[in-house]
Design a protein around this ligand. Structure first.
Ligand code: NDP
Length: 250
């Protein structure tokens, strides 16, 4: 499938669920058909939800490619599969959460969060930047979080990964501006997606090795119930964030 002339090529990471899936569908179903969407996910076996939500846009304004943002090889192959490596808009959405007392979290788990939330974005920008610079145009969007601006208890490592990305992007934005490439950050508060479900499942399995009783009690009896209340009271929908993203790139 090729983009029609005048259509912007948009590549989105992490489209198997949640916000990424909804951004892909919203842009592919744009009433003026302004976008040629390349929706990527690390496991194409998970494509059914996206394909169903895209309806007749699938195969027309929406195509799929495999992409694991943690793998140099996968990132290179994915961009090689895009005609002329030409991407007008890159939306870095893929991300993972990590919650709990620091003593109970292994360094390996922490590295996985940085590998995805920080190096995943760095890898993507590094790969698409040369073509954008050559063409002297492009827009890079990054899905950060309010936790990229403000630390939140028991989210220490996730917060740190988003802060790192904010710093990296602020610095990059200055360099990219010279080439007429825009860089935008989106910083959502709580959003009802599988992100929340996955974290709660992880928490349910947690045995808190190494953590003291007071911290575990604070986490289970104070933090978790209040965090669930905040989600209930303030949680936005993936559609809200997709509409916001569409405005950002228009
Ligand atoms: P979901 O868990 O629903 O979606 C996350 C997506 O990222 C999935 O498609 C997942 O794929 C993908 N992903 C994870 N690791 C990789 C990888 N290595 N390579 C490619 N894709 C990967 O969560 P959300 O939609 O909520 O999250 C999207 C973004 O929004 C994240 O960056 C998150 O930090 C941010 N955010 C979320 C908030 C929330 O409250 N939900 C609030 C603020 C920001 P797979 O199915 O294969 O795991």
């Amino acid at each position: 499938i090729m983009a029609n002339s005048g259509q912007k090529v948009v590549l989105i990471t992490g489209c198997s669920s949640g916000i990424g899936l909804r951004i892909a569908v919203t842009l592919a179903r744009d009433e003026k058909k302004r976008y040629h969407v390349i929706a990527t996910m690390r496991d194409l076996k998970k494509k059914d939800k996206l394909v169903e939500a895209a309806g007749d846009a699938y195969g027309k304004t929406l195509m799929l490619l495999p992409l694991d943002v943690c793998s140099d090889e996968s990132v290179r192959q994915c961009i090689d599969n895009v005609k002329d490596r030409h991407i007008d808009i890159l939306i870095n959405n893929a991300g993972v959460g990590l919650l709990g007392p620091l003593e109970s979290i292994s360094i390996e788990e922490m590295k996985r969060v940085f590998e995805t939330n920080f190096f995943g974005v760095v890898r993507m920008i590094k790969e698409v930047m040369p073509d954008m610079k050559k063409r002297r145009s492009g827009h890079i969007v990054v899905m950060s979080s309010v936790m990229g601006l403000q630390g939140v208890v028991f989210n220490d490592v996730y917060t740190a990964s988003k802060f790192a990305m904010e710093g990296f992007c602020e610095s990059m934005a200055v360099q990219l501006m010279k080439f007429n490439i825009r860089l935008s950050m989106i910083e959502p508060g709580p959003v009802h997606t599988e992100f929340e479900t996955k974290m709660m499942e992880d928490v349910a399995k947690m045995e808190y090795p190494g953590a003291d009783a007071d911290t575990v009690r604070y986490f289970k009896d104070v933090y978790l119930p209040s965090s669930i209340d905040i989600f209930e009271a303030m949680g936005q929908t993936p559609e809200d964030i997709a509409n916001c993203t569409k405005k950002v790139i228009e």
